[in-house]
Unconditional design. Structure first.
Length: 230
């Protein structure tokens, strides 16, 4: 329990006892407040989700799912890629009353309250001020790491090699991996895999696509080849 277990059972146990304990743990977990990341682009806010997940609760979902969600949000991050998305997103702050709202966009021309660029370091800094220093990673990612992450997000479907990413951000492959270890505790290649798996999980939850199709959409399977085993 000191290592973080939510509960335990000793043998023998009654039928249904394990399921009841699991339901209770899930119910308790659902009541924990956290950061709700809303975007119809399944990859857009994944870097922020990965950065927050070991420091608190962070959940990403589509606009439609958020509109029906009872997630106890302390911070609501709304990704508005263009003007057309603003109207639909603008209904969500009313649903999540009490949550601090952070608007982010890829396009600086998109207007909105508290609008920030969709840069991982900028978003983390803003959220840290809202939740406290222990709620987000202490070390801010370097400019090279931010650039590498942007490339990883834009190349989910057609993955680049880490060597190619390092070259494009002006770093050696070894140095880039060291910077990822310092920022996230894992090398660049492992981070890239986790990012693509997180996008795949979102696609499996939000769409009716078959697993083979999802694997292709995140570059884990190429046409005519079997699943990449991770």
């Amino acid at each position: 329990m000191k290592l973080g277990a939510a509960d335990y059972l000793t043998k023998p146990w009654e039928n249904g006892e394990a399921a009841a304990r699991i339901r209770r743990v899930l119910r308790d977990a659902d009541a924990v407040p956290g950061v709700l990341l809303v975007s119809d682009d399944p990859a857009a806010l994944v870097p922020l989700q990965l950065a927050l997940e070991h420091h608190g609760r962070a959940t990403a979902m589509s606009v439609a799912d958020a509109s029906a969600s009872d997630f106890p949000a302390q911070v609501l991050v709304l990704h508005a890629p263009d003007h057309a998305s603003m109207t639909e997103l603008s209904r969500l702050p009313e649903r999540f009353r009490g949550a601090a709202v952070l608007w982010v966009s890829d396009d600086s021309a998109v207007g909105g309250p508290s609008l920030l660029p969709k840069r991982l370091d900028v978003m983390l800094d803003y959220i840290s001020k809202l939740l406290g220093t222990h709620a987000v990673p202490r070390r801010s990612p370097s400019r090279a790491v931010i650039g590498a992450i942007d490339l990883m997000v834009s190349h989910c479907r057609d993955p680049l090699t880490i060597e190619a990413i390092a070259t494009r951000v002006g770093a050696s492959e070894d140095h880039l991996s060291r910077m990822f270890r310092e920022a996230f505790g894992l090398p660049a290649a492992s981070y890239y895999t986790r990012l693509r798996i997180a996008v795949a999980c979102r696609l499996l939850r939000d769409t009716d696509d078959k697993m083979d199709d999802v694997a292709r959409r995140v570059g884990l399977q190429r046409r005519g080849q079997p699943f990449t085993r991770l």
